[in-house]
Design a protein around this ligand. Structure first.
Ligand SMILES: O=P(O)(O)OC[C@H]1O[C@H](OP(=O)(O)OP(=O)(O)O)[C@H](O)[C@@H]1O
Ligand SMILES: Nc1ncnc2[nH]cnc12
Length: 178
């Protein structure tokens, strides 16, 4: 994304103070997703990043990671795999609990969702502390894919989420808020 596109897209993200609890500046991406021009810019930027990387699966994190993740999977002609909140996936799963900016949570993935032949993009809408994505990374890593890329639409730099990932992992945010 060029500077102009970044400014355009950032301008349509809604900031909601004190949601879901006091002190949190919530970045609401529904206002980006409902804007066709902004969604188009984000869509193009994501597919440009991974087009030549041989990606076979995009893993999206419930719930907001399903939106961009499914779009990216379709654009890359890759499969889509959901990482879900507990008790939602019907077959055998592996799961992990984690801390995030507000509270704790658990995510699960089907045990047969990823194989050693896969090249994976793990996608979420937003990087805050990195707790959610690190748990997702560990679950996917346990399935031994060839390669894992981490992708977010947006990052919150003040929370230093990038620091939690191994240094050799490629982590991309399309744009960031201070
Ligand atoms: O980097 P972290 O501190 O872990 O925070 C980021 C996570 O928080 C949000 O999801 P949330 O848990 O609010 O769930 P939702 O997608 O179901 O709304 C967001 O969509 C990320 O998944
Ligand atoms: N500040 C924030 N805004 C939106 N989603 C989030 N997930 C974790 N922290 C968040």
């Amino acid at each position: 994304m060029n500077k102009e596109e970044i400014e355009k897209v950032k301008a349509v993200v809604r900031n909601v103070p004190d949601f879901p609890e006091p002190g949190i500046q919530f970045k609401d991406l529904t206002t980006l997703f409902k804007n066709p021009a902004a969604l188009g810019i984000v869509r193009q930027a994501m597919v440009d990043l991974y087009r030549d990387k041989g990606v076979t699966k995009v893993v999206g994190i419930e719930a907001r990671g399903f939106i961009g993740g499914a779009i990216l999977a379709a654009d890359l002609d890759a499969g889509f795999v959901p990482l879900r909140k507990p008790g939602k996936l019907p077959a055998e799963t592996i799961k992990k609990s984690y801390a995030k900016e507000y509270g704790t949570d658990t995510i699960e993935i089907h045990r047969d969702a990823i194989t050693p032949d896969d090249v994976v993009v793990l996608h979420d809408d937003l990087l805050a502390t990195g707790g959610t994505m690190m748990a997702a990374y560990e679950l996917v890593k346990a399935m031994n894919p060839k390669k894992i890329y981490l992708n977010f639409i947006c990052g919150l730099t003040a929370l230093h989420g990038r620091d939690v990932f191994p240094k050799d992992v490629e982590v991309t945010t399309l744009f960031d808020f201070d």
